[in-house]
Design a protein around this ligand. Structure first.
Ligand code: PEP
Ligand code: MG
Length: 570
């Protein structure tokens, strides 16, 4: 193979990573082993397939019953339809035929049959029937799991024990959730969007991340040598000795130059303080914040405790995790209640298929659909709190009622636990996320109800610009420097100025040094950030007076296009 083959992508987290590739294939259907069998194996293979089919039917019947109890017969019907697919003579018969005639294993027969169905369904004019292929896909994944595939996605042992560069088709939340227990020095992917949840978590790991690299997976195999340049957004396959030496020098320089910024705030030249809190999703992030003397956690995303597992964590398990976090942090932790739905899927919760998941059951909107789930999380948080202060933040609030109803659950649970001596109300605050345009318009009322407000700009961008935050092809529309975004932030700052309520900006844009300057200029004083960027943000803010930052912010407010705004920072 030729040396130094360069592939260009988009850098979303800087740094340099060097090492061997570990391929990640999320889809069990892609990853399943496919091989030929001999005639004497056919009977056993068919039996193996039939057993997996029976197990899958059993699972689907259980889900059907659970959904019937929790929701309604309309939602439950989806799973009944799935059972019917498993009984479809044509579909199942074709798989059995391939095992016995083509002499292939069950996984191979299933995947090849599915491909034929996909083609047939794709050309159908009616979208209802086109969409049914998703159901068939879903069921096929279940069957493959029941055929015994323990799929964690990683296709080789390269990342077990030794630091590896993980290469994936898509940067998904499941991939990132899987990486916490691994040693990873860089992430590269064919697809991904800079403000997707997965990208935010990947960036928080403080390693280089490059996405949108065309033909990445077809150019690589497990164990291939690569260099990832997270500054230039470039990946070099099979680097030669000279290039390796060049990047080793760069890496050394970076390590030596990584000055530590040991203050939980930045101060402008004329003495105005901008406080830093940290965004976190794991105990490791809390330790990292502490190492930089950032005491308060402005946003702890709790959903990752719930993802990639077959069962909801018990109240006891949650109490233990939350207690470690609350008592492990140096200051107050703001726990965001479960914000699932959208791109964060929890496998044990059978959310009905939604045509627009980001606009559907998500965040606070699911709490009355799954009351047990949120009650148990709140109980665990209040129990874990002990005598420490605790902030609970409610996500995806679009009406005052959603906020007050959720707050009521929190205080009802508190009263119940107090009676048994199990909760201390001192230092409990309930905050509201401002991340949907309706909440911006209701700011005054929500501030009247909440103890504090937290601005989630990732979703605010998504809903103000009407752009799916996960769609990599629309990155320009989700650029935080879009004039409409600066305007909406300015409005929030202006309308909250006299409210005497703590307001924190916790979305990703607060971690961008240039944007942090704009936020300070607009009047925000609390930024919850990705700790890896603290030096850069601190340096950017402290190089100016507040007047200069105000002038910068106001000049941008006059601009009508992204191009004009970006020119200011060239
Ligand atoms: C946001 O939307 O800005 C936010 C902080 O929450 P998340 O990215 O988890 O949706
Ligand atoms: Mg959000």
């Amino acid at each position: 193979m030729a040396e130094n083959i360069g592939l260009q992508g988009t850098a979303i987290s800087d740094g340099i990573g060097m090492g061997k590739v570990c391929l990640y294939r999320e889809d069990v259907l892609e990853a399943a082993a496919k091989y030929t069998i001999s005639v004497s194996d056919v009977a056993a293979e068919i039996e193996r397939f039939n057993n997996a089919l029976a197990a899958t039917k059993g699972e689907l019947s259980d889900i059907y019953q659970r959904v019937l109890r929790a929701l309604s017969s309309v939602e439950a019907q989806v799973f009944n339809a799935h059972i019917m697919i498993l009984e479809d003579v044509a579909f199942i018969g074709e798989i059995l035929r391939r095992i016995s005639d083509d002499l292939v294993n069950a996984e191979s027969a299933l995947v090849s049959t599915l491909k034929v169905y996909e083609e047939k369904f794709r050309v159908l004019p009616n979208h209802y029937f086109r969409d049914r292929i998703q159901d068939v896909n879903d069921i096929s994944r279940r069957i493959v799991r029941n055929l015994g595939m323990k799929h964690e996605g990683f296709m080789c042992s390269a990342c077990h024990g030794t630091p590896a560069i993980v290469a994936a088709e898509d940067l998904t939340p499941s991939l990132v959730a899987n990486l916490y227990s691994k040693q990873v020095t860089a992430i590269i992917a064919e697809r991904g969007s800079p403000i997707s949840h997965a990208a935010i978590l990947a960036k928080a790991m403080g390693i280089p991340v490059v996405i949108n690299i065309d033909n990445l997976i077809t150019s690589l195999g497990c164990g291939a040598s690569v260099i990832v340049d997270g500054f230039a957004g470039r990946v070099y396959l099979n680097p030669g000795a000279e290039l390796v030496a060049e990047y080793e020098v760069k890496q050394k320089k970076l390590r030596a130059g990584a000055e530590r910024f040991m203050r939980p705030f930045a101060r402008t030249k004329d003495g105005v303080t901008i406080n830093f809190l940290a965004n976190a999703g794991s105990l490791h992030d809390i330790e990292h914040a502490k190492a930089h003397l950032i005491n308060d956690i402005g946003l702890f995303r709790t959903e990752f405790l719930f993802m990639d597992r077959e069962e909801e964590p018990s109240v006891e398990e949650q109490v233990k995790v939350y207690r470690d976090i609350i008592y492990g942090a140096a200051g107050t932790v703001t726990f965001r209640l479960l914000d699932i739905g959208g791109d964060k899927i929890v496998s044990f919760l059978p959310l009905p298929h939604q045509r627009n998941p980001e606009l559907g059951l998500r965040g606070a909107r699911i709490y009355d659909v799954y009351p047990g789930l949120i009650n148990r999380q709140i109980e665990a948080l209040l129990t874990a709190k002990g005598t420490r202060p605790l902030n609970i933040l409610i996500p995806m609030v679009s009406t005052v009622k959603e906020f007050t109803e959720t707050r009521k659950i929190i205080f009802d649970t508190l009263s119940r636990l107090k009676k048994s001596g199990g909760a201390d109300p001192a230092g409990l605050k309930v905050g509201c996320m401002i991340e949907v345009p309706s909440a911006v318009y209701l700011l005054h009322y929500l501030a009247g109800e909440a103890d504090f407000l937290s601005i989630g700009t990732n979703d605010l961008i998504q809903y103000v610009m009407g752009v799916d935050r996960n769609n990599e092809r629309l990155a320009e529309l989700s650029n935080p420097f879009q004039p409409a975004i600066i305007k909406v932030l300015s409005e929030i700052a202006h309308n909250s100025a006299g409210m005497d309520k703590e307001i924190v900006v916790c979305g990703e844009l607060a971690s961008d040094p240039e944007m942090a300057k704009v936020l300070a200029g607009l009047g925000f004083r609390n930024l919850s950030i990705n700790v890896h960027n603290v030096e850069k943000i601190g340096a950017a803010i402290s190089a100016h007076t507040i007047k200069e930052l105000e002038t910068l912010a106001h000049s941008i407010l006059e601009m009508k296009s992204l191009e004009h705004v970006l020119k200011v920072f060239e």
